[in-house]
Design a protein around this ligand. Structure first.
Ligand code: MG
Length: 258
């Protein structure tokens, strides 16, 4: 599992061996190294003695809307004929354990637990059949949404774009069977979403083909694949966790804006 962490004021990538509480330190540009052979330094640090950061630093987050049938039904939305895309700015990203800030402009803040695709290398007009070559791995994500602003604005930039609206992490899992992963969201320990990526309307390779037909994806960019049913409100003080089989659990809390 790939992680990014901070130790003694320095940020580095590493390979997490969770059951041994170890992070093996990787030096340099992880994307170049992984497209050839990763350079491990031989150094190890204790996983519980470092601050884990978001595992990648995307220049953009491309999101797919209405991509689970059960979520389309609960929202009363028609099924899209092709992947419905929108963007979250890079400044929405926060890491595991960080706080989602509840903005003053909304009265109806929602979580959306999602599978995130992390891009490995420059990707433009990638065919679905070749999509796996462009994937570094998968991570857990929350597409935080101001539902009232989404409905009132008519487009989604503000509803999806506030600072802290895109928690990512805690790891990038390079090898998972992404077409069949259980995905579960809890709020204060109560299960709110419990589905499987086998319910995705547009599958991961099709999504990569559709997105890269529009825009070039850069190493570390992230695609959020959509949320299953069970979305709902969160409030300051809530603890949210998104758990995806084979990846891990992303935990965040909600705080009021100062
Ligand atoms: Mg979403």
């Amino acid at each position: 599992m790939i992680v990014r962490f901070e130790r003694n004021g320095k940020q580095k990538h590493g390979w997490l061996v969770a059951d041994e509480n170890k992070v093996r330190v990787i030096e340099g540009d992880i994307y170049k190294q992984l497209s050839a052979k990763p350079i491990m330094t031989g150094l190890e640090v204790a996983a519980n003695e470092v601050k884990m950061l978001t595992p990648c630093s995307p220049t953009k987050i491309v999101c797919i809307g209405v991509n689970y049938l059960d979520h389309a039904l609960e929202m009363g939305k028609e099924l899209p004929k092709e992947p419905l895309m929108f963007l979250k700015p890079s400044t929405t990203v926060i890491g595991p354990g960080d706080s989602i800030v509840y903005p003053k402009e909304t009265k109806n803040l929602h979580y959306e637990g999602e599978l995130g695709i992390v891009i490995k290398k420059l990707a433009r007009r990638v065919k679905a059949a070749d999509a796996d070559d462009y994937i570094l791995g998968f991570t857990c994500a929350i597409d935080v949404t101001a539902r009232d602003l989404q409905n009132s604005d008519g487009q989604w930039t503000r509803a999806k774009g506030f600072d802290t609206f895109c928690p990512l992490g805690p790891v990038i899992a390079p090898k998972v069977n992404y077409s069949q992963l259980r995905i579960k969201t809890t709020v204060n320990g109560e299960v709110r979403q419990d589905s499987n990526t086998n319910q995705l309307i547009f599958k991961v390779p099709e999504i990569i083909e559709a997105v890269t037909a529009v825009m070039t994806l850069l190493p570390g960019d992230v695609i959020l694949t959509g949320t299953p049913s069970g979305v709902g409100e969160i409030h300051p003080g809530d603890e949210i966790a998104v758990e995806i089989e084979g990846i891990g659990t992303l935990q965040c809390n909600v705080i009021a804006e100062a």
